[in-house]
Design a binder for this molecule. Sequence first.
Ligand code: SAH
Length: 432
Amino acid sequence: MGEGSARSLLGMDREELAALVSEAGEPAYRAKQIMDAVYRQRAESLAEISTLPQEFRERLAESGVSVGAARIEKKFESVDGTVRYLIGFGDGQSVETVWMPEGDGGEAGDGSEAGELAEEVPSLRDSVESSTGSPGTAVPGFHVPPPSGLESRGASSVPSNLKERARSIGRSTICISSQVGCAVDCQFCLTALLGVKRNLTAGEIVGQVCAVLKDQGVSPPEDRINLVFMGMGEPFLNYDNFIKASRLLVEAVGIAERRMTVSTAGIVPRIRDFGEEKIRPKLAISLNASNDELRTRLMPLNKKWNLEMLLAAAREFPLRTREWITFEYVLLGGVNDLPANAREVAELLRGLRCKVNLIALNPGPGIEFTTPGAERVTEFQNILRGAGIPAFVRRPRGRDIYAACGQLKRTVEVATSPELQLQGISPLAPEA
Ligand code: SAH
C-alpha cells in the first residue's frame, strides 16, 4: 500500500480484498465485512463501514484506500418514470446511467419476469411485448398492462407509486455505461459524437449500479432488477473491466446472470471470448442494417468485421439452455426500414436461435436520420414474424430527458431544448 497510490475498494473482488486485509495483518473475515459493506450496504465512505475497527479504517485511509463510490451529480426524471443520472468520478469525468421503473419493453424475454411468462405462454407475448406504443411518440404515463396474475394491485393506467409497482412486478431495469463516450462511430448515435474519453474501471461500472440502487431504495436479490450494458460506450472495447464488473455484480451485488444483457456493436473476436466466460450476461448484438453496404455506411466498424464474420460468431456462440441471442435493429426512416430490408434481415438470421428488438430511431441534435412512422415499424415487425423470427418493438423510454437508446450524451440542457419545448414536454429540474 504505497503512498499516493489511490485505491478503491469498489471494484476489488474477493481475492483482492483478501490480499488487502492480509497485507494489513487483519483477520481474513474482514474481507467479507468490506465486501458486504461496499456491495450490499453500499457504503460510500470508510467512515460508513462500521463493522471495521476505527484504527483499521484510519490505516486504510492513510495508505490511500477509499471506497471510490460513484457520485450522482444530476438527476433528470421523465414523464414516463425513467430517470437519467449523470454520475461523476474522481477525475471529473462522468457518464450516464438510466433507471427504467417498468423495465425496457424490448428486454422482456431477456430475463424479466413478464418476459419469462410470455415465453411460456405465447398468447401473453403479444399482450406484453407487441403493445409497445407507437414509435415516434413519447407517451406521457404510457403503461403496458402486465399479464394478468402479475399485478395484484388493480389496473390503473398511470401507476400511483412506481417504486411499489416495480417491486411487485420485478421488471425494473438499470442501463449502465462502460466507457466515457464511445469510439464506435455509429452515425445515428449521440454518444458517438463525444468520441471516447476513457474506459471505466470495474469499480466505476459497478459503482453506477450501487449508486442507483441506493438512490431508488431497492436491493437485489430481494428486489429483482434487470441490468443492461447498453449505456455509453462499447463494453467489448473495455472487455476485461466489463467482465470483472459482471462477476462482481453477480457475486457481490447479487444480480442474477440471466437478468443481465450486454449489447455490442459487433466486436467479433470479443464475442468469441465472451462465449467462453463462466459467468456472463446474455448477448445482444446491434445489427442495424440488412446488408454490408448499408451497415458500413451506418456503422463504419462493419469494414473491419462484416456481416459474414459477425453472423458466423453469432451462429457459433455457445448458448445456454433457454438462452437466445438478441439482435437490435434501429429503424431509420427510408434508410433501413423498408420491407426489402426486413426480408434481408430474415434471411441473415435464418436458423439462429434469436429474437429481434426493433428500435425506432430516437432523434437528437446532429443526427440526420428520421424516425419511421408506426406503420413502417409494424410492417417490418410483421415481415420478421412471418419468417418465424420473434420480433419486438422496444418502447422508447425517457426520450423527453434524452435518456433513450442512443441519446446519452451527458445532456444537461434538456429543459431548454426548443424541440422539446415545442412538444410541451418539460422535464423536472435536476434534483441532485
Ligand atoms: N455500444 C453498444 C452498447 C450501446 S447499446 C452497442 O452498440 O450495442 C445502445 C443501443 O442503442 C444499440 O443497439 C444501438 O444500436 C442503439 N442506438 C444507438 N443510437 C440510437 C438512436 N439514436 N435511436 C435508437 N437506438 C439507438
